[in-house]
Design a protein around this ligand. Structure first.
Ligand code: DX5
Ligand code: ZN
Length: 225
């Protein structure tokens, strides 16, 4: 548990369970043993105009498989109140939004997540400049680029995400940071290829994977050749 770290390499695919069939979630997870991690979207109805999943689903996923790498994406206000709880409940990565808290609050959140044994992640909305992440990249394990407005699955990929991925890749390489770059929203085989070329390490896909008849094949289509 909480084994996220340097051992994950290459093109990683994270199906987003927001698009899963919740009555069949266990069977769907069992049908995709090639998923590198499971992406869990947490929405509070304030930071984004939607409500989604919370701690009970995370706890159920952790009970289902102690080895599953669980990537929690918190689209919530006041991450200081909740982020640590997700780490303690067994998330391997807990990502919060740069727009959701002040710099001192974000640093406290990262420290709490790390102390609870998880990796901290930091995300940004499409309208936020990528430079907003730079001051924190040495402190986080994951930088998550949103390629759609957070809140809903099934939206179209915004190409502006590609420039952000390239900028993060360059910043991480120049500064010798081993922060992984993740992209979320509108990912299908075509947009995944563009994101991989731009330097993304982790590709989140909801509708494309769960809308497919063959979950495992869909994951390999996202991963690419
Ligand atoms: C959107 C969520 C995404 C969503 C992606 O706010 O953060 O993780 O599930 O879904 P698709 O791949 O359908 O755009
Ligand atoms: Zn997400």
């Amino acid at each position: 548990m909480n084994n996220y770290g340097g051992e994950l390499r290459g093109r990683l695919v994270a199906p987003s369970v927001l698009s899963a069939d919740f009555l069949r979630l266990g069977a769907q997870l069992a049908a995709m043993p090639n998923a590198d991690m499971i992406h869990l979207d947490v929405m509070d109805g304030h930071f984004v105009p939607n409500l989604s999943l919370g701690l009970p689903i995370l706890e159920a996923l952790r009970r289902f498989d102690a080895k599953l790498v669980i990537d929690c994406h918190l689209m919530i206000d006041n991450p200081l109140q909740y982020a640590e709880k997700f780490a303690l409940a067994g998330a391997n990565i807990v990502t919060v939004h740069v727009e959701a808290a002040s710099a001192p609050e974000l640093r406290k959140v990262f420290a709490e997540i790390r102390a609870a044994g998880a990796a901290a992640g930091l995300s940004l909305k499409p309208g936020t400049p990528v430079t907003a992440l730079f001051p924190y990249l040495a402190e986080v394990g994951v930088a998550l680029v949103m390629a759609v407005e957070p809140g809903f699955g099934g939206q179209s990929f915004q190409n502006s995400a590609l420039e952000k991925i390239r900028a993060l890749r360059e910043f991480a390489d120049v500064n010798k940071l081993n922060c992984k770059i993740e992209v979320d929203g509108g990912i299908n085989p075509e947009t995944a290829a563009k994101c991989r070329s731009a330097g993304a390490d982790i590709l989140v896909a909801g509708n494309y994977v769960f809308g497919s008849g063959d979950l495992s094949a869909a994951i390999e289509n996202i991963r690419g050749a």
